[in-house]
Design a protein around this ligand. Sequence first.
Ligand code: GDD
Ligand code: MN
Length: 389
Amino acid sequence: MTITADPGPVRATMRGTLGELPVATAVKQTVVVPTYNERDNIAELLERLVAALPAGTTEIVFVDDSTDDTPAVIEAAAATCPIPVKLIHREHATGGLGGAVVEGMRAAQGEWIVVMDADLQHPPSVVPTLVAAGQRDGADLVVGSRYAGGGSSKAGLDGGYRRLVSGGSTLVTKVIFRNNLLQVSDPMSGLFAIRTSSLETSELRPLGYKILLELIVRNRPGRIVEVPYAFQPRHAGESKSSLSEGFRFLKHLAILRFGAKRARMLVFALIGVSGLLPNQAALWFLHAVLGVHYVPAAILANLIAVGWNFALTDTLLYRDRRQHRSFAGRISRFFVLGNADLVLRVPLLALLVSGLHVGVLIANLVTLLISFVVRFLILDGVIYKARRP
Ligand code: GDD
Ligand code: MN
């Protein structure tokens, strides 16, 4: 995960001098819209936002990561739009959808920030309702909910599969973060309004789609209320969510729940456990089938398992830290670390097998578990040490 440079907190900045009335042009709401290849939705979206909101107290911020001509379409539409439109185009889509939203929040001038999708699945007509509800109820966060009384998700979630994935991930999230989500029926919502003074963007580490969850867990907004809405079918284009976005969500959940380092340790443990299979299988084959003495057999089995672990660690766990060191540099260090424990494991193995008469496979397993924790700490703190970009 890359941590983006932060321009500092935007919380509680006092505009103007004490005793002065607020400036008449103060922006009441900033609508932040992340876009990724949404060229055919822009005109309709702006038209319907203009119909719903007062031009004098509203601004719209698009944060765009498109590979098509969406930015040009936005520029063109902005020229005739009564509401001021700002476009931020990012060269690097750091943090994906969530990263874009946080970037837009930092640029926002409004007292309220409303986040919504560009594809009209979120009806622009509910934007003023979100802000009004927040003001009326003294809330910091207003969640547009498909699951609160009066809301619905049916129209927008086409197909039983998407409904199952959406409902399942909502449930899992509600269980894991139950204390944070007592008042929230739709933590996956992409439609919400936040009072700018309760926002602390420097605390956020956005990763993919679920920016609302990130915000609730890390910023802990005071009062949260919900406004029901009916999730609409997409106006044009297609959804950008994918299987890899699903994996990014699981990673996001693990990092939010355990912290980044412990989440990595968890994955490293899973990889390590998976490595037991090639290790034990190779040992069994060499020792029991080919009759090799258990010490050289265990050493060879270890080499095979370390290769397996390296492949998985390097591609799954540290994919975004690989550029700090060459492939040869990484694999050689990984092999030194992965086999260094043999210095300890082989005598321990000999003690267990020849001294205490423990079975070869059981003894091998015991020594592997002991070396696991030690190796993780060296791996995480030295070989793949985090560095500023
Ligand atoms: N800037 C930027 N960068 N925008 C992105 C990116 C990205 O990497 N990925 C997606 N977007 C934009 C899309 O262009 C769209 O405006 C919005 O984010 C939502 O993307 P969709 O692809 O339409 O997502 P979805 O319909 O599957 O899911 C949405 O609705 C769900 C229910 O409210 C998202 O908002 C989910 O987070 C939400 O749970
Ligand atoms: Mn959508």
